[in-house]
Design a protein around this ligand. Sequence first.
Ligand code: ZN
Length: 454
Amino acid sequence: MSLAIFGSHVLTPGGVLEDHWVLVEGQRIAAITRTRPRAETVLEAPGRFVLPGLMNLHNHCFSEMVVRNRTEDGASGDEASLVYRLLMPLSRLALNSLSSAERLAAARLGLLQVMKGGATSLLEPFRNGIPEMFQAALELGLRFWGAPYVFSSADPRMGADGVMEYASVGNDDGNADLLEWDRLRDLWDGQGEGRIRLAMSPHATDTCGPELLRAAVMRARALSVPITVHVAQSADEVALCRQRHGCTPVQYLERVGLLGPDLIAAHCIHSDAEDLALLARTNTTVVNCPRTFARGGVFAPYGRFVAQGIRTVIGTDGYNMDLLGELGAAGMISKLEAGRADVAKAGELLGAVTHVAADAVARPDLGRISLGATADLTVVDLTHPHLQPMADPVRALVWLGHRAELDALVVDGQLVLAGGRHRLVDEASVVAEGATAIRKVWDMPEARAAFAGG
Ligand SMILES: [Zn+2]
């Protein structure tokens, strides 16, 4: 199989090349050339910008769809209420009440949304009750690190007074979840010619006890798989960590051995200066998801982490799932926080979801358009009226663009999306079947009560 794509602009490690062809042979980039190569499939139209495949390293598409349109404008209260009153209990309800076919339909819809946001790679933590995520990722041709959670306390409850109850932290060693992780790994790891992998995801610092965290990190490091965990998502989580362990969530993770270059720490927004220094010193990656917090009026500036020398990537956390659009939001929020315009520049933001993200999952063959690199590409069309006239393609894309510019996706050399449409699935059926499954959850009395604030 060979594929040639003409880019009016091609983003390479050395800068943007004008009017070049990218030739893909098999799963590799075989040439980047001014002359038109021979290939079985040729995409030739002016105005395309060929980028390394974008990598979304933090997302939860299933739980987000379950609460879609119920979380903006203050409808879900503060960030802790959103997580503990809506996301966690309703995703549990959905898993328990939908059939496997319905869960698969929902997974397909969620992953289709992720891909149509520009991503060729996804790291997705999810409850292990929806193993259909792996099947959907395989069908859609996505590069996928599935991260079935391990928990000490899988279903914390927030009472009407806002006080949290963690049924079993300290009692449950999480061993059943670790065994389920092993089982899913046996079934799925390496499928799709290696595109489907597992990552280890202890859920968060408040829902995982020290023994489980130590066991999870040992397992992950023995198998050389990426590790991801939610850290300092809310002020409540920090207060609880201090009460239980006498330290901040970041210090807690250091104590149990989680910090390091293979850890992708989600959010870290309630971290102090010492925490940030510790993350930088241990080469831990922070994944920043600014819009999920912005909807709740919470500042989560990407630039705050970068300024401390932390390797920082950008994800969508399930909210919106438009990774291209998230870059602009991450940049604007960072400029507001810094009070200056010369931070979080467009090229740096694109780097955060390409080569920086590739390094965070120890895959230097991804995230770069260079000879011999693995052929994952995101191709956008810059001919849209709102981008013209155009003086700088990188700034045009980051500051004026979003998922509407998506034209094609190549994963492992395979053209999985072209002309803005997915080629491996029928989009209309995926949308109809996925939405039907999610609406079934919305109609359940427990969901109605939760949405009404009951
Ligand atoms: Zn998350």
